[in-house]
Design a protein around this ligand. Structure first.
Ligand code: PEP
Ligand code: MG
Length: 754
């Protein structure tokens, strides 16, 4: 059989149906209502390459020196071509199509997703690109399955397996084909409280479809239920302005307005809540641990779309485990900047070279001069991170915050002071490192607070949207769990830095197509995780000194002051070929159905910059009238001349207060000698922001903020009072910003009636 029905699949079948397939099968087998579907098994992929006689050619095509980037690109192209352009044997094709037809009336819309079987690889994301196609019908079903198969041979996957000596012959891929649920209502459910682990079920619900984590493009209703008694203890009914539905004509997911009468209506009726509680209990019993479940309702019937363990409780518990064996040490061994909140203990691993990264074990403390983009997988395993160098916006600080790993940066000499094997406790709030492990849970430790913040304690319903900043795709799932109303800033820089080469060098060595694919892969991870919530991706903005550490960095211009130099839209307009490859990546993601993407241009000076950027969007085929796009307001010129920018048709502007402050006050944001003068709340900065909001509001253009100051209560209060549309904060600050916005909005309402 080419396919296995989900009802016949169990966890143990991972080798034949892949991780995704096994998890859906396990749920189906446990009697939980999962939308019907089947898995095109790993064996089918194997049969395809063998029966079509392409296996030998395929494996020899990818047997290349992976350091030779041209050979790598050619290997990818050939493998992709072989898989996608070879006819699938009739027998296999017939079985897939027959399975599809027996799912319903033969016109069913299905989702087609790759489900990698190589879960034993240290980083499964290298196994395949995890392609996903939505709303597929019979006409293109088999083509889509072939594309999922081909995703096993992305350049990175080939490179990785070659590097690790993992034979290509031994890696297989399965593909899940599952009915799309045309949900009338959907949402998420935590079967236990996501931060405390208490037996309380938290349900979030909104109207319409929800593809991934469905807390909605708007604030959802929120129900807190006592799991033992089934009693609803607390309930918040939100005003739900928009919803996502399938466009009957095109099959695509579109955003529409919620009909007036349903906006303030409670989404769930009691019988549906009862059914969700029942399913929540079942799924938690089945797995023996709290679960984070995605669900959808059609015609009163509840479906489960996905279930995974709640990691936010686990994280807390692991911090406490570490503590048992050691004594407290009161003396600080070191101090630096508290860059990512939380307290954690672990064994020091001094990392001086990249090849030491394999030695970093789960729960170790990474100690290094400065983190590099290649360290991200090891950083994910770490309990904490300590660096010699770097400030609050350094790579180590941004990535640690996004991963939720406590970090102390700029400690001066951690790599000399601390020794391999030493047990230490890192306090990422206070910026200290102590000898020994903490005993018991840290008292009122910010790590607990942080997990609560990320772990979706019921969030207030606010009129001002609260969004989240993301820099590394690995943080997407954690960012999505904050319940934020979308991503207000997705920085491309970290994605590009992680390639290890400057864009120009990467393109020269590996080809434009590889560059576009890399960008697509990273952006897609975030767009998929948040879908249908909007994700505002920003085109490249890295100063030349940041590129210098990369291969090709020696070709970067030497600049007296890189902050005032060749970066942002200036560089992009000067290198239109590279710029258009970025835009091409966005265009292809739109074509794949990620209509939740929005495009933002950084560091514009005036309307001319915006007109030129818009021209490039048009030349790659992105219609500015059809897509949401806008600019960062980071220069005084762009704030003062915002009317000219509005005239170019932007949908939004977003204040980049890190840059705006440095340019208004003439204080270099990276210069420690003047850091006490760096004040985002300076009246000159606030005036400029306030006036710009007024102008934009009159013109019907949305306003937002995505600089670091968005996480500060005084700034939040000022902006909400000014009527800003959205605020985009760091992951760890989202919960506090929601609360602050809520408080200020309530105050405004009170003020207006007094
Ligand atoms: C800003 O300038 O405030 C901003 C968000 O952009 P970046 O920090 O990436 O320059
Ligand atoms: Mg900026």
């Amino acid at each position: 059989m080419a396919v296995a029905w989900l009802e016949d699949v169990r966890s143990a079948d991972l080798g034949t149906v892949g991780g995704k397939g096994a998890s859906l099968g396990e749920l189906t087998g446990a009697g939980l209502p999962v939308p019907p579907g089947f898995v095109v098994t790993a064996g089918t992929y194997r049969t395809f390459i063998e029966e079509a006689g392409i296996d030998e050619e395929l494996f020899s095509a990818v047997d290349v020196d992976s350091e030779d980037s041209e050979a790598l690109e050619a290997a990818h192209d050939r493998a992709h071509e072989l898989i996608v352009e070879t006819e699938v044997p009739d027998k296999v094709r017939d079985e897939i199509v027959e399975a599809y037809r027996s799912m319903g009336n033969g016109e069913e819309f299905v989702a087609v997703r790759s489900s990698a079987t190589a879960e034993d690889l240290p980083d499964a994301s290298f196994a395949g690109q995890q392609e996903t196609f939505l709303n597929v019908t019979e006409d293109d079903l088999v083509d889509r399955v072939q594309e999922c198969w081909a995703s096993l041979f992305s350049q990175r996957a080939i490179y990785y397996r070659n590097q690790k000596g993992f034979p290509h012959e031994e890696v297989d891929i399965a593909v899940v084909v599952q009915t799309m649920v045309d949900a009338e209502k959907s949402g998420v459910m935590f079967t236990s409280h996501p931060s405390t682990g208490d037996p309380r079920i938290i349900i979030e619900a909104a109207w319409g479809l929800g593809e991934a984590v469905v807390s909605g493009a708007v604030s959802p209703d929120n129900y807190v239920v006592d799991r033992e008694t089934g009693e609803v203890e607390q309930e918040t009914v939100a005003t739900k302005k928009v919803m996502h539905v399938k466009d009957e004509a095109t099959g695509e997911t579109i955003e529409t307005e919620v009909p007036e009468e349903k906006r303030d209506e409670r989404v769930l009726v009691q019988s549906e809540i009862d059914r969700l509680i029942e399913l929540g209990r079942m799924v938690e019993d089945h797995y023996g641990e709290p679960q984070d479940v995605e669900w959808a309702i059609v015609d009163g019937e509840v479906f489960m779309l996905q279930s995974r363990p709640i990691t936010t409780i686990d994280d807390d518990a692991s911090g406490a485990d570490e503590s048992e064996e050691s004594e407290d040490g009161d003396e600080h061994l070191l101090s630096g900047l508290g860059a990512s909140p939380g307290v954690a203990s672990g064994t020091v691993r001094v990392v001086t070279k990249l090849d030491h990264l394999d030695e970093v074990q789960q729960g170790d403390v990474i100690v290094t001069e400065m983190t590099m983009p290649d360290m991200v997988p090891a950083m994910k395993r770490a309990a904490a991170i300590v660096t010699d160098e770097g400030g609050m916006t350094s790579h180590a600080a941004i990535v640690s915050r996004e991963l939720g790993v406590p970090a102390v940066v700029g400690s001066g000499g951690a790599t000399h002071t601390l020794e391999d094997g030493q047990v230490v406790t890192v306090d990422g709030e206070m910026g200290t490192v102590r000898e020994g492990a903490v005993s018991g849970k840290p008292a009122a430790g910010p790590s607990g607070d942080d997990e609560t913040a990320v772990g979706t304690k019921p969030k207030p319903v606010t009129a001002t949207e609260v969004k989240v900043n993301v820099s590394i795709p690995d943080a997407a799932s954690r960012a999505a769990k904050t319940g934020a109303d979308g991503v207000g800033l997705l920085r491309l820089e970290h994605l590009v830095l992680s390639l290890g080469k400057t864009p120009e060098r990467f393109i020269r060595d590996e080809g434009a197509e590889a560059y576009i694919e890399e960008l697509m892969e990273g952006v897609e991870t975030v767009a998929e995780e948040f879908y249908p919530r909007p994700v505002r991706v920003r085109t490249l903005d890295a100063p030349t000194d940041e590129f210098r550490q990369l291969e090709g960095g020696d070709e970067e211009p030497h600049e007296h002051n890189p902050m005032l130099g060749y970066r942002g839209i200036r560089r992009s307009l000067d290198r239109p070929d590279v710029f258009e490859h970025e835009l091409e990546a966005f265009k292809r993601l739109y074509d794949q159905g990620y209509e939740n993407l929005e495009i933002m241009f950084p560091l514009v000076t005036d309307g001319d910059d915006v007109a030129a950027a818009r021209g490039h969007m048009e030349s790659v085929g992105i219609d500015p009238e059809e897509r949401e796009w806008g600019v960062m307001i980071e220069t005084p010129a762009s704030a003062r001349g915002v009317d000219d920018i509005i005239a170019e048709g932007v949908d939004f502007v977003s204040f980049g207060t890190n840059d705006l402050t440095q340019y208004v006050l003439a204080v270099d944001r990276n210069n420690e000698h003047v850091s006490d003068r760096f004040d985002e709340l300076h009246p000159a900065v606030l005036d400029m922001i306030g006036d710009t909001i007024d102008e934009c509001r009159e013109a019907g253009v949305d306003t937002s903020i995505c600089g670091q100051a968005a996480s500060e209560p005084e700034m939040v209060e000022f902006l909400v009072r000014k009527g800003i549309t959205s605020i985009s904060a760091n992951i760890d600050a989202v919960a506090d910003v929601f609360e602050e916005v809520d408080t200020v909005e309530e105050q405004l309402i009170l003020d207006s009636v007094r």
